[in-house]
Design a protein around this ligand. Structure first.
Ligand code: ZN
Length: 342
């Protein structure tokens, strides 16, 4: 299986995050996540790992606003120009409420405008890493467009919580949306999001589109992040009405219960008849993940891969979350080997 990844992810390494308390805690979305995955892939014998191609900024700007990209590019230096603390990640605590009026006003502190929460600290190399992560996704998209049956994009930072001009939930640029947007010039696209958390960014980006069908299995947002999207009644709007399908799930989902719902989601994908499938792959569904509360086993993850493969669609799998780092690599291998029919 072709696999794309970039060492540039290491440039994004915030020293801490601020979680529910005001204490600084270790940043969960850390470079060691990629190290775990690469170590496990290295033992498989079927992983062909490559550097991404550079597609430039144009395909990123097809999804994100120029203002958003410019903010990411300049935020750290702007903050450093007024802060004496070097190397520390930047975490704004004021967030915009009314985006329309905020845009018209004079934004003297833009940071909260471009962030939905405090999990997206901007370190010196964040822009570099986020752009490289998008190039990894685009390279995988091009590979399936060129005829590869299934390709894995080892993206970091992840992307599915990033909206058109907001970062959030460890995500700065929406890699899955950028890949899907690029692929959409060649046919209809389905996005299946199996991360534990609802992909609120992906949902918002394609909510009014009929040419990109989005379906997602995730923890019920009534009880878990991202709270403000991912509900069952959200089914698309305008031309996209009926082209979005959420499956909010309770705590403790086990393999059998999860796979039953996944089969229903995959049946609807098959009915939509897309040219390409993009899978937002979050391994925080795994039992024991520090950010999750499902009970999915490694065997279950393998069966998820097998179920996806049964669609027989050109498929790219994009890494999103997964924070049980010691198990992360083996879980990714379980999923991908399921996709390969191993
Ligand atoms: Zn997640």
């Amino acid at each position: 299986m072709k696999i794309y990844t970039s060492k540039a992810h290491e440039c994004h390494n915030p020293p801490f995050e601020i979680f529910t308390s005001q204490e600084h805690v270790a940043y969960d979305e850390a470079p060691r996540r990629v190290e775990s995955i690469l170590a496990a892939l290295g033992k498989t014998g079927w992983a062909e790992i490559s550097e991404p191609r550079d597609f430039g900024l144009e395909p990123i700007l097809a999804v994100h606003s120029a203002a958003h990209l410019n903010y990411l590019r300049t935020a750290y230096e702007d903050w450093r120009s007024v802060s004496p603390v070097e190397g520390m990640a930047f975490i704004p605590y004021k967030h915009s409420v009314d985006r329309e009026t905020a845009l018209k006003g004079d934004i003297t502190e833009p940071d909260g405008f471009f962030m939905t929460d405090m999990t997206v600290p901007i370190a010196p190399g964040t822009f570099t890493a986020a752009c490289a992560s998008a190039q990894v996704a685009l390279s995988a998209a091009q590979a399936i467009q060129n005829g590869e049956p299934s390709v894995y994009a080892l993206c970091r930072p992840p992307g599915h919580h990033a909206g058109r001009e907001v970062c959030g939930g460890y995500c700065f640029l929406n890699n899955a949306a950028i890949a899907a947007q690029w692929l959409s010039q060649y046919g209809k696209i389905a996005i299946l999001d199996i991360d534990y958390h609802a992909g609120n960014g992906t949902q918002a980006i394609f909510y009014e589109r009929a040419d990109v069908y989005v379906t997602s299995l995730h923890a019920d947002p009534a009880r878990k992040y991202p709270r403000f999207a991912g509900y069952a009644h959200e089914t698309g709007a305008g031309p996209g009405a009926g082209y979005h399908k959420n499956y909010p799930l309770p705590a403790g989902m086990d393999d059998a219960a999860y796979l039953c719902i996944l089969e229903e989601a995959l049946d609807l994908v098959a009915k939509y008849d897309p040219a390409y499938l993009v899978v937002s792959t979050g391994m925080d569904i795994y039992a024991g993940d520090p950010l999750g509360d499902f009970a999915i086993t490694r065997q279950g993850i393998h069966r998820i891969g097998q179920a996806i493969a049964r669609l027989r669609l050109p498929t790219m799998l994009i890494q999103e979350g997964g924070y049980q780092v010691d198990e992360l690599g083996n879980n990714v291998v379980a999923l991908l080997s399921g996709c390969l029919g191993n």
